[in-house]
Design a binder for this molecule. Structure first.
Ligand code: ADP
Length: 182
């Protein structure tokens, strides 16, 4: 199964991606995690990404797409994948469409995580990652509305929207149930 998870920062995509990957037996690919791994190893890519991530801005599309292209070359991806945090712009979505086209593959679904905005800020402040200060969180929410939300229109034919409030297990079950019809 080939899935993309879309939702604002704090919607629980990362948590659910890990659980869904296990249930579906496919790898979970988080561009945020890939950037953080590059950062902690101080690779050139990590150093380039750092200034954007610290402010809650998006890393430029060409850098992000290059990193994803490399990840898609790994063997484990032939079974499918769950993307979490990618694509995050319509331009990235077009690049992903091309990458999949070259492979003769298609996405099965794009899962939209829906959560109230107040709940999002509460969750992120509780998480306390280094880019989880209030100003940076607000900027990430704004970037989501401006850059990422339009993806739902790009993918409208395959979007599955899920209420992502409630317990972790409850939400996993809801996503799994919504995907059964696909
Ligand atoms: P969150 O969903 O809480 O914003 P992520 O771990 O997904 O956290 O992303 C953290 C940061 O990594 C983003 O604010 C951004 O700077 C960078 N990033 C992650 N994915 C992408 C992407 N697809 N395109 C550009 N930048 C990205």
């Amino acid at each position: 199964m080939r899935l993309v998870l879309v939702g604002p920062p704090g919607a629980g995509k990362g948590t659910q991606a890990v659980r869904l990957a296990e249930r579906l037996g496919v790898p979970h690919i988080s561009t945020g995690d890939l950037f953080r791994a590059n950062l902690s190893q101080e690779t050139p890519l990590g150093l380039e990404a750092k200034s954007y991530m610290d402010k809650g801005n998006l890393v430029p599309d060409d850098v992000t797409v290059r990193m994803v292209r490399e990840r898609l070359a790994d063997d484990d991806v032939t079974k499918g994948f769950i993307f979490d945090g990618f694509p995050r712009t319509v331009s990235q979505a077009r690049s992903l469409d091309e990458l999949l086209d070259e492979r003769g593959e298609e996405l099965d679904a794009v899962v939209e995580f829906q959560v109230d905005e107040d709940e999002l800020v509460t969750r992120l402040l509780a998480r306390g990652r280094s880019d989880d200060t209030e100003d940076v969180i607000r900027n990430r929410q704004q970037v989501y509305r401006d850059e990422t939300f339009p993806l739902l229109d790009h993918y409208r034919a395959i979007v599955v929207s899920v209420d992502a409030q409630g317990g972790v297990e409850e939400v996993t079950d809801r996503v799994a149930a919504a995907l059964q019809d696909r």
